[in-house]
Design a protein around this ligand. Structure first.
Ligand SMILES: Cc1cc2nc3c(=O)[nH]c(=O)nc-3n(C[C@H](O)[C@H](O)[C@H](O)COP(=O)(O)OP(=O)(O)OC[C@H]3O[C@@H](n4cnc5c(N)ncnc54)[C@H](O)[C@@H]3O)c2cc1C
Length: 385
C-alpha cells in the first residue's frame, strides 16, 4: 500500500494562522488534525518535508503498555499517578483506534495481543506483582508460567504477561491520513521550512522567524519537532540510538497468534510480524545521539539482533533482509512531556518519547486541543513541564 501524497506549499511570503506547528511527523499530524477539527486555522512546517523524521523509521507497535512497568513507575511518581498514566495510555490507544475507524484512515491497523517476557528488569516473581496490579486497575492481563509459555508459544522464558488491545499500523499511512484530514480542514503544510527564533509581539501575538526569510504570525506555537529538541526547552530527557531488522517473508514459520513480543529487560528486544509474514525485530538501544556513530554500529547491531531472534525462534530464518536505525528521546519515567514551555506563554512542546511515542502523540493532540479550547483535561498535570 502506497503512502498518500501530502499536498505541501513553498513559503514565499509572510503567513498568519491561529496555530503554527513545527514538525510534520506523526505528532504534528495528529495535533494539526485535532486542532483544525476544533476550528483553529493551522500551519504546519517541516525543515525536511512531511514524514521524513523518526516517523519514517518507527516499527509502529502501538502499545498502551508504558515502557516503565507500573510497579516501577509508582515508586517514581506515586501509585495514584502511575495508575492514571497507565489508564490514560490505554484510553489513548482506544481513542486512536476509534479515530482510525471514524476517519477511515487506511493504515493496515490491526489489533494485536502482546507478550511481555520476564527479563532483567522484572523477573518471574516481579512480573506476577505487575500482573496483579494491572488486573486490579482494570487492565485485564493474563500471566503465563514457563510451561504455558512453551505450550502456547514455543518460547523458553520463565514467565510472561499477555495483554490485549494493542495495535500495529503502517506509520506513514497513519500519519499521512491525519495530515490529509488536517488539510481537508483548511490547514496548510509548508515543506522545507526551518523554524528559527520566536518573538513575542504585542497583544499576545507570536512571530516565528524562518531560515528561509518569511515570518509566521500566530496565537499559539507548538514544537512537534521530535528528538530535535528546541534550545528554549530545558529537559532532563536523553536521546538514544536504536536498531531494527526485518527478515524475509516467512508466513508459515511465525509463532502462534503472531502476537507482539517485548522483554522486561535493559537493553530490551521487541518483535512483531508484518502483513506479508516478515519479522521485524528491534532494540539494542544505546545511550548516545551522535548519528555518525549510530550508523557505524549498524552492521554489528544487525548481527546481534539476528542472533537474539534466532535464539528465541530457532526455526525462523533470522537473517536481515533490511536493517536500519534511528534516534528517539527517553525520559526517566518513560512518560512524555507535553505542555506550555515555562516562561513562554502560548508556546507548547510535545516530547512524546520512548517506545510509546505514537500513543503519546495521541495524548498530546487531545491535551493541547482541550487547553486551547479552554477545557480542562484531567491528566494535563501528569505530563506538564
Ligand atoms: C527505530 C525506531 C523504532 C520505533 N518504534 C516505535 C514503536 O514501535 N512504537 C512507538 O509508539 N514509537 C516508536 N518509536 C518512536 C516513534 O517513532 C516516535 O515517537 C515518533 O515517530 C515521533 O514522531 P514525531 O512527529 O514527534 O517526530 P518526527 O517524526 O521525528 O518528526 C519531527 C519533525 O520535525 C521536523 N523539525 C525538527 N526541527 C525543526 C525545525 N527547527 N524546523 C522545522 N522542522 C523541524 C523534522 O524535520 C521532523 O520531520 C520508534 C522510533 C525509532 C527511531
Amino acid at each position: 500500500m502506497r503512502v498518500p501524497r501530502i499536498p505541501t506549499e513553498k513559503l514565499t511570503k509572510d503567513q498568519r494562522a491561529d496555530v503554527v506547528i513545527i514538525g510534520a511527523g506523526i505528532t504534528g499530524a495528529m495535533a494539526a488534525r485535532e486542532l483544525s477539527a476544533a476550528g483553529f486555522s493551522v500551519i504546519v512546517l517541516d525543515r525536511r518535508g512531511p514524514l521524513k523524521g523518526a516517523t519514517s523509521a518507527t516499527t509502529a507497535l502501538l502499545q498502551y503498555e508504558i515502557d516503565q512497568p507500573i510497579t516501577k513507575l509508582r515508586n517514581q511518581i506515586g501509585e495514584a499517578n502511575a495508575v492514571r498514566a497507565w489508564r490514560r495510555s490505554k484510553l489513548a490507544l482506544d481513542s486512536l483506534t476509534a479515530k482510525i475507524q471514524s476517519l477511515k484512515i487506511e493504515c493496515e491497523a490491526k489489533q494485536e495481543t502482546s507478550l511481555y517476557l520476564a527479563g532483567n528488569v522484572l523477573d518471574a516473581e516481579a512480573l506476577k506483582k505487575e500482573w496483579q496490579l494491572r488486573n486490579t486497575i482494570g487492565l485485564y492481563t493474563d500471566y503465563h508460567t514457563r510451561a504455558s509459555l512453551l505450550d502456547n508459544f514455543g518460547i523458553r522464558r520463565n514467565a510472561a504477561l499477555q495483554s490485549y488491545g494493542n495495535l500495529t499500523v503502517n506509520p506513514l499511512r497513519l500519519a499521512g491520513g491525519f495530515l490529509l484530514e488536517a488539510v481537508k480542514n483548511g490547514s496548510t503544510i509548508f515543506s522545507k521550512v526551518t523554524a528559527e527564533d520566536i518573538e513575542f509581539a504585542a497583544k499576545g501575538v507570536i512571530r516565528l522567524r524562518t531560515k528561509e526569510g518569511p515570518t509566521i504570525t500566530a496565537r499559539y506555537l507548538i514544537y512537534a519537532s521530535g528528538y530535535e529538541i528546541p534550545s528554549c526547552v530545558r529537559t532532563n530527557n536523553t536521546i538514544h540510538s536504536t536498531y531494527v531488522i526485518a527478515t524475509r517473508p516467512q508466513p508459515k514459520k511465525l509463532w502462534p497468534q503472531k502476537c507482539l513480543i517485548w522483554e522486561a529487560s535493559d537493553p530490551y528486544l521487541y518483535m512483531r510480524t508484518t502483513e506479508d509474514g516478515r519479522v521485524i525485530c528491534g532494540g539494542e538501544d544505546e545511550d548516545f545521539e551522535d548519528e555518525e556513530k549510530r550508523d557505524s554500529l549498524l552492521a554489528q547491531k544487525t548481527a546481534k539482533l539476528e542472533k537474539k531472534l534466532s535464539e528465541m525462534f530457532p526455526e525462523l530464518d533470522s537473517r536481515a533482509e533490511f536493517a536500519w536505525c534511528g534516534s528517539f528521546g527517553a525520559s526517566k519515567t518513560g512518560l512524555p512531556t507535553i505542555g506550555e514551555i515555562p516562561g513562554m506563554k502560548n508556546c507548547f512542546s510535545i516530547m512524546s518519547f520512548g517506545g510509546n511515542g505514537i500513543t503519546y502523540s495521541c495524548i498530546a493532540a487531545e491535551l493541547l486541543t482541550s487547553h486551547l479550547t479552554g477545557k480542562a483535561d484531567p491528566d494535563a498535570d501528569l505530563f506538564a513541564f
